[in-house]
Design a protein around this ligand. Structure first.
Ligand SMILES: [Zn+2]
Length: 481
């Protein structure tokens, strides 16, 4: 007799298979199987993120409910996509098969296990065992993973001793006197009057009686350079040569200081030359530190052979307001530049065809709704109700929406009367000699940009609200606007 009231059990989890298998796909496959076999469907039991692994301690409420229904005869069959959707615990699988035998409900998976025979049940059990092993191995891999340690800001513990760090402390403790020397040397190297070289620093350290690491205890140019070249000195945690975040332990230099000194050692910049002369970056004058308000610098940095631009609040330099920057904001520049380019281009496109007579669009409502949806999505993900793939897909989609809404909003506050017919053409010509004209055009759209710190997690794109663009013509308390 064919079952007429089948329960379909679908489950999303954070494991590898779960990532590949959306909940809709599981349900669809199960429904197709029921159709093929002529089984009637009574109900779908969706389990939201409970990794049915051996390491999970969570109870699966929906799973329990379904078994209750099967015992009570509410349903007379269970269909799942594959055995590991049902459970990854071998004991649970054994229990399930016993329940099934006792209460006589039908059971099928889209992968075709047949539980009506002893052989089929054995195969199922073996599959369950394999799934369990896999889960355990996976958990082990993740727990031991170096990357995870790095992501937590714990630097690689091995390797030779590095000057500044206490021997045997696996780079978790510094030697204060050595830190002081490193900082003195940093100031020497960065001082525009002094124009000190690594050789000068070596001399100073030798005069101070400091001993270098290793058997040769006299400081040489190479040894000094090695100190300042070490990412550890700047508290930068690397994994396979990639910069993945900041160390949680103390370190002699800040990231920003370390990057400054790289530029000096590379000969890419001279201490006095920075900031002077013409600007090399389109938006460099527009960027304000979101934390302290001082003007941010844009600079090339090379980390492990990767050269990229960073923008940062400079703590070693007096800003326009006569105070030192806080040094707390330091970010990759490319992403910010892309967002600003989008805003300027959107504004210019809006201006160029013909002055709009319609009132500027009020998009604040739509923006609010979209922001709300992003927050909702994020909290559902954090609570484990969404798997990573679904989350990042939806997030990307919402972010794109928000981005275009924000660009349109920024564009809409630009006074339409200011017609610059060929501004867009000039803008789109990104050649070097066009830089100053492009700056002037950007200045008609963007008044300033507050840049906030994004912390760690550098591999994901920053949040859109990690910068805040003040368009020209927007309400402002600045009398110059
Ligand atoms: Zn600052």
């Amino acid at each position: 007799m064919k079952p007429r009231r089948v329960g379909i059990y679908v489950r999303i989890s954070k494991d590898r298979k779960g990532k590949e298998l959306g909940i809709q796909r599981q349900e669809k496959a199960c429904r197709e199987l029921c159709d093929r076999m002529g089984w009637g469907i009574h109900k779908v039991y969706p389990e939201n993120d409970t990794s049915a692994s051996t390491t999970s301690r969570k109870k699966r409420a929906v799973y329990a409910e379904m078994l209750r229904d099967a015992r009570d005869g509410v349903i007379d069959g269970i269909v799942v996509y594959s055995i590991d959707r049902l459970t990854r615990r071998i004991t649970e699988l054994t229990n399930f098969l016993e329940e099934q035998k006792e209460h006589g409900f039908a059971f099928a998976t889209t992968e075709g296990e047949d539980t009506s025979t002893a052989n089929g049940r054995m195969i199922l059990t073996i599959k369950g065992a394999v799934a369990q092993q896999e889960t355990e191995r996976m958990a082990e891999r993740v727990n031991n993973s170096l990357l995870q340690r790095r992501e937590q800001g714990k630097p690689h513990a091995g390797g030779p001793r590095v000057f500044g760090f206490e021997p045997g402390s696996t780079f978790q403790r510094v030697v204060p006197e050595e830190v002081e020397l490193i900082r003195d040397g940093y100031r020497m190297l960065m001082d525009p009057e002094l124009r000190a070289t690594p050789g000068d620093v070596a001399r100073a350290w030798n005069e101070h009686g400091a001993k270098s690491v290793g058997t040769q205890t006299v400081w040489t140019i190479q040894k000094v350079k090695r100190v300042y070249r070490s990412e550890r000195v700047g508290g930068i945690v690397t994994h396979k040569g990639q910069d993945i975040g900041d160390s949680i332990y103390p370190h002699p230099l800040t990231r920003e200081e370390w990057e400054n000194v790289q530029a000096i050692l590379d000969g890419r910049s001279k201490p006095a030359a920075q900031g002077a002369g013409k600007r090399k970056h389109l938006y460099s004058g527009f960027l304000k530190c979101g934390n302290c308000g001082s003007t941010m610098r844009v600079q090339w940095a090379t980390i492990q052979g990767r050269t990229f631009r960073r923008t940062f609040c400079h703590s070693g330099q007096v800003g326009v307001n006569g105070e030192f920057g806080c040094g707390k904001v330091n970010r990759s520049f490319a992403w910010i530049e892309e967002r600003l380019d989008e805003v300027v281009e959107a504004a210019l496109r809006q201006r160029s065809p013909k002055p709009r007579e319609a009132a500027s669009e009020d998009l604040s409502g739509q923006i609010k709704v979209t922001e709300e949806r992003i927050r909702g999505l994020r909290s559902r993900w954090k609570e484990g109700q969404l798997d990573d793939e679904d989350y990042f897909d939806s997030l990307q989609h919402l972010r794109n929406n928000l981005q275009s809404l924000r660009s349109r909003e920024a564009a809409s506050v630009v006074r339409a009367s200011r017609t610059e017919t060929d501004a867009l053409t000039v803008w789109l010509d990104q050649s070097e000699q066009n830089l100053e004209r492009r700056r002037a055009i950007a200045a008609t759209v963007i008044k300033q940009v507050a840049v906030y710190s994004v912390g760690k997690g550098r591999r994901r794109p920053p949040e859109l609200d990690s910068i805040s663009i003040t368009p020209v013509g927007a309400d402002s308390d600045d009398p110059e606007a």
